[in-house]
Each structure stands twice: as C-alpha cells, then as structure tokens.
Design a protein around this ligand. Structure first.
Ligand code: NAD
Length: 421
C-alpha cells in the first residue's frame, strides 16, 4: 500500500462520493476528522502478581446522526489510526442502513490468547473503568469485534452498570441472551448479506443453482455457507487461516461445520467426501458465481485481483478488497457488494438489541428476521438504483447514499451559505 495513514486511504471513498453530490464544504470538513479519539493505558494485575499495562483507545468519529456505535477489538497490532479508520467506516455503515447512530470504534493493543480467563475479565473491566465517562446508551455504544465476544460484552455491561449504579444493558450490544442480548445476533451479518443477494438476484444475473466460494470459515463464513446451501446452492470451496478445500460437485457442509466445532481446520476434511486440498491463496481464483470474503482486511489486492473468476463479490469481511483491486474487479465486470452494505446486518441487529433493552420488551426471532430483511432490501434497492442512475460502482453508490444522509444531518445545523448571508 502507498504512503498515508489508514484513515487517509479510507477518506478516498469520501472524496469519490462527494464528486457525485452537491454538499456544503462544512460536510467534508466535519467528516475528514474524528471528533474525538481518547487514549488510555489500562493497568491490570496479572495472575502471577505482577502489574501490566496495555494501550487502549475509543474513537467517536461523528455523532451528528445519533450516539456513536462500533465494536471493541483486542488485537496486538491495533493502533489509533486503525481505530479511527474503523470508526469512519462505522459512521458510513450506520448511515447506509439509516440507523440513528454515528460511528465509533475501540481497541486494546493486546494478544488476548496470551491472557488467562481471569486476566481477560480484568482487562475488559479496566477498559470500561477507563472509558465509562465517554460511553453510554445515549452517547457511545460498543459491541464485539475481532477477538472480543459476548462474554466480554457481558463483563463490560456489568462493569458499566456498577459504575453508574443502575442496570444499563443498552450501553453495549452483542451481550449473552441471558444478559439482555438479542435473538438473531449470531447469524445477523451473514443473514443480511444473504437477504441482499436474494433480493437483487435478478439485477445481478443470478439464476438457478449458484456456485459459492467462502474465504474465512468463522462466524460470518459458516453462516453464509449454511444459508446459501439451504437454498440449494453449491459451496465449491472454503478456506480458513490454515488453508482451503474444494469440491467441484459441492463440499459436505456438515463435515466442515463438525471439523470447526471440534477445533480443527477445514483442511482436516481433505480426502473425505470428495474434498480436495487447495492452497489458501488460490481460493479467490476458484471458478464460482459468488466469492464471499469473510476473513480479514486486504485479502483481495492488486497482486491477486486478476485471478478472481466470480461474477459477484459479497464482502462480509470489513475492507477485504483494496481500492487498487477494486478498480481491477470493476474493469473485469465483477460486481462488488461492498462491506458497508453487505455486512451491515450485524450492526442492524445490534441496533435491535439496543431498542429492545430500552423498551424492556424482547422480540421473537421471526420479528428480528423480518425487520432485518425489510431494511436490507430497502437500502440495498436504494443503493442499486443510485449505482444505475449515476453509472458508478455499488461501493461508490453506497458511500453516496450514506453521504447524502450525513450531509442532510450536518447541513440541518446551518451551512456556510446560511451563516455568510
Ligand atoms: P471469525 O474470527 O469468527 O472468523 C474469521 C475466519 O477467518 C476464521 O475462520 C479464520 O480462520 C479465517 N482466516 C483468518 N485468516 C485467514 C486467511 N489468511 N485466509 C483465509 N481465512 C482466514 O470472524 P467473523 O466474526 O466471522 O468476522 C470475519 C470478518 O467479518 C471480519 O472482517 C469482521 O470484521 C467482519 N464482520 C463480522 C461481523 C460479525 O457480526 N461477526 C460483522 C461485521 C463484519
């Protein structure tokens, strides 16, 4: 990647979207910078009696449309720059879905696999002690992200409730069901992407039995494979961090899920049920209709974009396609359904959790699915129409769609013209 911060790279999307709209200069000035990024050093007692400290951040990128929302990542390579880029993406993702939120994100620079369970609980609670005055159900609402999970969200919600002296489940989403979590959060990200593809199938030229390749077989990857296979589509290849397997006539999903449940890689199924081993890097070049990146950022780059054979790329991961690779895919006529739309089912059901917490009334699973489907179809359709009307990629259309909403909210406080005249 060329010089510049991660946020600078993300801001290219803002510039691109701004070319297709007439927005007040105030809007760009406001969205170019994070509103506030707070840094803290979390000091915890380790099991051996020593004290250790970890750098942590919470960024509230923009809160014009409502309290900021975004996950907390525990990762040894997290940086303030990365947190701001992820918070910028959240700002646009929430606007894409018309959720009443701005964008935020948090991180602790730590390898959680090196901590004991008790150390992890102390670190999670220390995060909330450090940032309790910044977060809140009407201010900033965290959620899980890379290497954080529902149990950690439960500890964090409990710590916050103790600090403010009252039960406050709406401060954090992604909690365990028993602590105010929502039904349907588990597969929400994949389900949102699934509803989107199903709804736009005709426009995308997707008919009959489809061949699907899934990169990354964790939460998002497993659920999308399950949902698409249940509709009769064929999963031809899947990968995880150890490699990939393929089967031209379709992989045995039950076998793959059982391997993951038992802590084994998908590659351990090679040689069984027609599964053949495949180099993990070759997965993006598998012959298929839909390629679903569900692993990490920057997986489809300038050096491998050319081998993609899929007609559609469904970005369940955040930022899996670099901007240089985007251009290559576009030239090849491949339609990319971008992350800020395709994986927004996760934050949408997080929003449902927050609403249910505040109502103290919990919805059945059918209601969650229906509401998610309606929002995905409504926003997916609107973005598709923008892409056609302006003759731009679906990614640019998603940014234009979100920027229009952000601009409307920012401009409602008064524009340069209003104050200068
Ligand atoms: P996860 O940790 O459950 O799964 C990640 C998977 O990717 C694992 O199977 C891992 O082995 C695999 N992987 C890692 N490196 C790989 C590599 N080099 N090649 C192939 N596979 C590799 O994570 P998840 O929750 O499924 O999230 C996956 C992506 O989706 C991330 O980018 C995340 O930010 C994004 N996302 C997830 C959610 C959600 O609700 N889970 C919501 C929005 C976005």
């Amino acid at each position: 990647m060329s010089e510049g911060s991660l946020l600078d790279h993300a801001l290219v999307r803002l510039d691109e979207a701004a070319k297709h709209l007439t927005v007040d200069a105030d809007v760009i000035e406001k969205l170019k910078f994070a509103r506030e990024t707070t840094k803290a050093r979390l000091m915890i007692r380790m099991d051996d009696g020593s004290r250790k400290s970890f750098l942590a951040w919470r960024c509230r990128y923009d809160d014009t449309r409502g309290p900021t929302k975004g996950g907390i990542r525990f990762h040894p390579e997290s940086t303030a720059d990365e947190v701001e880029m992820l918070a910028f993406w959240m700002t646009f993702k929430c606007a894409v879905m018309n959720l009443p939120y701005g964008g935020g994100k948090g991180a602790v620079q730590v390898d959680p696999r090196k901590l004991s369970k008790a150390e992890l609980e102390r670190l999670s609670r220390a995060y909330i002690q450090a940032f309790a005055s910044i977060i809140g159900p009407d201010r900033d609402i965290p959620a899980p992200d890379v290497y954080t999970n529902s149990m950690i969200m439960g500890w964090m919600a409990d710590e916050y409730s103790q600090i403010v002296g009252q039960a406050s489940p709406a401060v954090i989403t992604g909690k365990p069901l028993a602590l105010g979590g929502s039904l349907g959060r588990g597969d929400a990200t994949a389900r949102g992407g699934y509803y989107l593809v199903r709804h736009l199938a005709d426009e995308l030229g997707l008919k009959g039995n489809l061949r699907i390749a899934v990169q990354g077989f964790g939460n998002a990857g497993q659920h999308i494979a399950r949902l698409l296979a249940a509709d009769g589509h064929t999963i031809v290849a899947v990968s995880d961090s150890e490699g990939a397997v393929q089967a031209a006539n379709g992989l045995d999903l039950g076998r793959l899920l059982a391997a993951k449940d038992n802590g084994r890689s998908v590659t351990s199924t090679a040689g069984e049920g027609g599964h053949e081993l495949l180099d993990g890097n070759a997965l993006v070049g598998v012959d298929c209709d839909i390629l679903v990146p569900s692993a990490l950022e920057n997986m489809i780059r300038i050096d491998n974009a050319d081998i993609v054979k899929a007609r559609i790329v469904l970005e369940l991961a955040n930022g899996p396609v670099t901007s240089e690779a985007d251009e290559v895919l576009e030239k090849k006529g491949i339609v990319v359904l971008p992350d800020i739309l395709a994986n927004a089912g996760g934050v949408t059901v997080s929003y449902f959790e927050w609403v249910q917490n505040r109502q103290g009334y919990y919805w059945p699973i059918e209601e969650i699915h229906d509401r998610l489907r309606i929002i995905m179809e409504r926003e997916g359709r609107a973005i598709w129409d923008v892409a056609k009307a302006k003759d731009v990629s679906v990614r640019t259309a998603a940014y234009v769609h979100a920027l229009a909403r952000l601009a409307e909210a920012i401009e409602a406080h008064g524009t340069q013209n209003y104050f200068a005249s």
